[in-house]
Design a protein around this ligand. Structure first.
Ligand SMILES: Cc1ncc(COP(=O)(O)O)c(C=O)c1O
Length: 397
């Protein structure tokens, strides 16, 4: 595989972003080993997927290129294929389930693909794309189980080796396994002394289940914030590479993935999607091998919906006690709300939202209930605000 990866590296060099590998002093302090982040969220199309797609499409024959390519995907692979095909002057047709989020549909179309919406689930779209590929003689571009796709993703491994030759741990998310197969092949076929750990979401553990069974098995896909790695079954090729080269595969929970997204946003100013934050979540859950000195976390993509990001931020702040929800009753006369907000401002809390409620059976006439959402420093600050308002004779819940 290493030769294929080196060839892919030459092919993608002039068109793909050579993404930065950055050191994080903050994470290093937290975990006790040097922490580096490989920023594939800054790759063309917002994820590593463009690497494999470009390598595969550019390797097609002239006749295949002139007929065009097809794939099925509901996310990053669709964007990678659409972008790579357009860049190479090849027509692309992407089949997406009818339930695909509008932003993903719009982004893929924006990269120049023709889109067909078919079926309710990915599997239906996938089968339809396969049948269209036959009917119209289009080259099908597999999302992961293909040597050239794997080799394209493996170019990340070569970039890590060149930038940090003594890295001894590389942590990579696993969906169908193309990304980790490429990276682990590049690393393990180049040198010894480096461990590769794969990370899945607890909600979708197809690789862990397959390793237990000894062959790829179907798992039930549950909803996860790491939708990029929610795959029903790992590939056959990827499974055999993972068996040979990957030292361990661990699963991480939804709350930790959310917390990792928030940490990367707040501390590193990086927008990373759930799948891309999963490797950091493995460090947060203390699931990485002990004794590593220099670890690289592959942040594989940054395509997260702003509405999802908003939910992650709010949930994270709530969990850390940085959001306080309080309810109190005041007189319905001019100035009473101003007095309360002045008290809150004096306590250095930030009002995010206020709801007035007049129509409630338990409210005396001329009184209103206020539901207030505040941004606070943490639980101690919330407690101080609660006590201070009670001392001013507000009845606070
Ligand atoms: C952001 C992101 N990370 C990781 C993966 C997993 O890649 P693979 O399916 O090659 O294991 C995907 C797959 O779509 C992805 O979109």
């Amino acid at each position: 595989m290493l030769d294929l990866i080196k060839a892919a590296s030459l092919k993608i060099k002039s068109v793909m972003t050579h993404t930065p590998l950055i050191y994080s002093a903050y994470l290093t302090r937290l975990y006790g080993f040097d922490c580096y982040l490989k920023l594939e969220n800054l790759q063309k199309t917002g994820s590593f997927k463009a690497r494999g797609a470009f390598n595969k499409i550019s390797s097609l024959s002239g006749a295949e290129k002139s007929r065009g390519v097809i794939t099925a995907s509901l996310g990053n692979h669709a964007q990678g294929v659409a972008w790579a095909a357009s860049h190479l002057g090849v027509k692309s047709l992407i089949v997406m389930p009818q339930t695909t989020a509008i932003v993903k549909f719009v982004a893929t179309k924006g990269y120049g693909a023709e889109i067909i919406l078919y079926g309710n689930y990915f599997d239906e779209a996938y089968e339809y794309a396969k049948s269209l590929a036959k009917e119209r003689s289009l080259a099908f571009i597999p999302p992961f189980d293909d040597d050239l796709v794997i080799a394209g993703q493996g170019t990340i491994g070569l970039e890590i080796l060149a930038a940090l030759p003594d890295a001894d741990l590389v942590v990579v998310p696993i969906g169908g396994g193309g990304l980790i197969s490429g990276i682990s092949s590049a690393l393990k076929e180049s040198r010894t002394g480096v461990s590769v750990v794969g990370v899945e979401a607890e909600a979708s553990q197809s690789c862990i289940a397959s390793l237990k069974a000894g062959h790829p098995v179907d798992v039930e896909r549950k909803t996860t914030i790491a939708d990029g790695i929610a795959v029903k079954k790992v590939g056959d090729k990827t499974f055999s590479i993972i068996k040979n080269y990957v030292d361990d595969v661990v699963a991480v929970g939804e709350e930790t993935i959310s917390a990792a997204i928030l940490l990367l946003l707040e501390r590193k100013k990086l927008i990373v999607e759930g799948a891309g934050a999963a490797p950091l979540a493995a460090a947060m859950e203390d699931k990485l091998p002990k004794g590593a000195k220099k670890a690289v976390f592959v942040l594989s993509g940054g395509n997260i919906d702003v509405t999802m990001l908003d939910r992650v931020i709010r949930a994270g702040m709530l969990k850390e006690g940085r959001i306080m929800r309080l309810s109190t009753v005041v007189e319905d006369i001019p100035g009473s709300l101003a007095r309360l907000t002045a008290e809150i401002a004096g306590l250095r809390a930030n009002i995010l939202h206020i709801i007035h409620q007049r129509e409630a059976a338990d409210l005396p006439v001329r009184m209103i209930r206020l539901e207030i959402i505040l941004e606070v420093e943490g639980e101690d600050h919330a407690e101080r605000i609660y006590k201070a308002l009670e001392e001013k004779e507000y009845v606070v819940r």
